[in-house]
Every structure is written in structure tokens, then in C-alpha cells.
Ligand binder design. Structure first.
Ligand SMILES: C[S@@+](CC[C@H](N)C(=O)[O-])C[C@H]1O[C@@H](n2cnc3c(N)ncnc32)[C@H](O)[C@@H]1O
Length: 288
């Protein structure tokens, strides 16, 4: 075989390897939702129905990506902690939300903020809601969900990307909110400190942080498991400049606000009580 033939053969061989590599590398962004199907669901929030585009559950691919830190698709589902917040609006609305500037952290589909802006008559709603999340895809879903609700044209709201622990821009975020809100965001307890830091720096003096919490696996490669999760959350809050103001359990809520057609029909307050869900209301501690 001549050297020219060898070069030509090698080129063919290399081309084949290149092709193989191209075939092997599907070049799929791991943040894809091939198996996820967004559907439109109806959720009852007090006396209002909220219509949300969301996925009913995470796919095995989503779970793998979440576990190995590749991508967090949890923002495409609606979570039990959000239902707990909606059920508790009757007892929290006046003190925490009516007429207030609200920052929602980890908003996902937008269920919490949208629930606040749609439920109840206009006079009892927040004056402004900023819905935020680290996941730009979830924020697009949130944007579409906001656009589904005519009532929101009467509300002032914005949607922004925000990752906990990152510095807030001084002009429109820092120390400018009356209440920060987060529902069902504690599935990795290593994220508690940045969550509290962001909630703290966004709040005005004496501001409130409403945390609707459902115990999850709380896995973290960087953190050992804790024995008493509620106490651990309270300790972290204290460490990050908060005082516990109220701790509300599902069985203390006056009644459930559910309708038959709603997605949350299957999750009762009794279920939530049994799994150890609760609502923490923290107050920003005075500066020393
Ligand atoms: C389990 S979902 C809860 C979504 C929604 N609050 C609910 O209750 O249905 C958690 C949300 O927190 C967001 N998230 C997770 N880590 C975050 C971080 N470090 N900064 C900002 N958002 C984060 C995720 O993108 C996701 O939308």
C-alpha cells in the first residue's frame, strides 16, 4: 500500500470516528424536557381558580439531572408547599401580604405569586409582586401563566431571574420589600444559608419572610442529614438575622379551600400535617 493510499485510508477512518463521535454526542442540552408534557391545570386559591401550565411530575431524566446537579427542573411542577400557602392565605393575608411589596423566591410556575394576585378582592392584594427563580425556563412558564389571568392586568408585578446568595441590585431589590415568600424550596438544605441571605437583604427593617415548608429528602452531597429539620431551619434563620414570628401547622388552619376539579384535590391538610409540613413566618431582626 502506497503512503498516499495510507493517508487516504486514515482520513476515511478519521472521518468515520468523527461521524461516530457526532452520532454519539446527541448534543442535547440536559435541560431538555423530552418526556415532560406541560398541561393546563386548575388550582383553587381561596375563592378563585388559578389556571396554570405545568408538568404533573418530574421525569426520571429530570430526577437524574437534579440528583447529579446538572439541572433543576422542579420549577415546572406545582408543589405541595404552594398549596399550603394558598390554604393559609386566610390567616396570613392581612399581616403579610395586603398592600405590601412582595418578593417571591423560587417561584417556579408562579403559583404562589399568581395566587396572591388573583385571590380576594383588589383591596386585599399586594401592591407589587416580583416573581423570581434561578431557572429561566421556569420563568418563561411563569410568564405565560401570568398572562393567562386577566385579573393580573390590575396588579403590578414583574418576573426576574434571581439566584439565592447572589448580590441584589441596590436600585430595585435591596432592602425594598415588606415580605419575601418561598414555597417548597427546601429540598437541599445546603441552600438554606443563601436563601436566608437573599430574603434578608431584600427586606426592609422589620420585614417578614414567609416560608411554606414541606420536608423533602433534603439531600445534599455537601451536607450531612439533620435530626430535627424544623429546629435546624429556625437555627439557620436566627443565624442569618431573623427571629421566628409565627409557626403555623396545617391542622391549625381554619378550613381547606379546595374545589373538585383542582389539581390539589389529592393533597389534604391532614396529609400535610402528617408529613410535617408547616409555615414559618420570620421577622427581620433589628440591627445590633
Ligand atoms: C420545588 S420548586 C418549587 C416551585 C414553587 N415555589 C412551588 O411551590 O410550586 C423549587 C424552585 O426553586 C428554584 N430554585 C432552586 N434553587 C434555587 C436557587 N439557588 N436560587 C433561585 N431559585 C432556586 C427552582 O428553580 C424551582 O423553581
Amino acid at each position: 500500500m502506497s503512503s498516499t493510499e495510507t493517508v487516504a485510508e486514515n482520513r476515511i477512518y478519521n472521518d468515520a470516528i468523527d461521524k461516530e463521535e457526532i452520532i454519539d454526542d446527541w448534543q442535547l442540552d440536559m435541560n431538555f424536557h423530552v418526556f415532560s408534557k406541560h398541561t393546563r391545570q386548575t388550582i383553587s386559591a381561596q375563592d378563585t381558580l388559578v389556571h396554570l401550565e405545568c408538568v404533573e411530575q418530574l421525569t426520571p431524566v429530570d430526577m437524574m439531572n437534579l440528583a447529579n446537579g446538572e439541572h433543576d427542573a422542579t420549577g415546572h411542577c406545582v408543589w405541595m408547599g404552594a398549596f399550603l400557602l394558598l390554604d393559609a392565605l386566610g390567616v396570613l393575608l392581612q399581616e403579610c401580604f395586603t398592600g405590601k411589596r412582595i418578593l417571591e423566591l423560587g417561584c417556579g410556575t408562579g403559583i404562589g405569586g399568581i395566587g396572591l394576585m388573583c385571590a380576594h378582592e383588589k383591596e386585599r392584594r399586594p401592591s407589587y409582586v416580583l416573581l423570581t427563580d434561578a431557572d429561566p425556563d421556569a420563568l418563561q412558564v411563569c410568564q405565560r401563566n401570568c398572562q393567562q389571568h386577566n385579573q393580573l392586568s390590575e396588579n403590578k408585578y414583574d418576573i426576574k431571574e434571581l439566584t439565592w446568595g447572589e448580590p441584589l441590585s441596590p436600585e430595585n431589590l435591596n432592602a425594598s420589600f415588606d415580605t419575601t415568600l418561598a414555597t417548597d424550596v427546601l429540598y437541599d438544605i445546603a441552600l438554606l444559608p443563601p436563601l436566608f441571605q437573599t430574603a434578608h437583604s431584600a427586606l426592609k427593617a422589620n420585614g417578614l419572610f414567609v416560608l411554606s415548608h414541606v420536608p423533602r429528602a433534603c439531600y445534599s452531597s455537601q451536607h450531612p442529614p439533620v435530626d430535627d429539620l424544623d429546629q435546624y431551619i429556625i437555627d439557620q434563620a436566627t443565624h442569618n438575622g431573623f427571629l421566628l414570628h409565627r409557626h403555623i401547622f396545617p391542622n391549625q388552619l381554619p378550613r381547606e379551600f379546595r374545589t373538585k376539579e383542582s389539581l390539589n384535590e389529592s393533597v389534604s391538610l391532614t396529609d400535610m400535617q402528617e408529613v410535617g409540613a408547616s409555615l414559618f413566618v420570620f421577622r427581620k431582626a433589628p440591627e445590633k
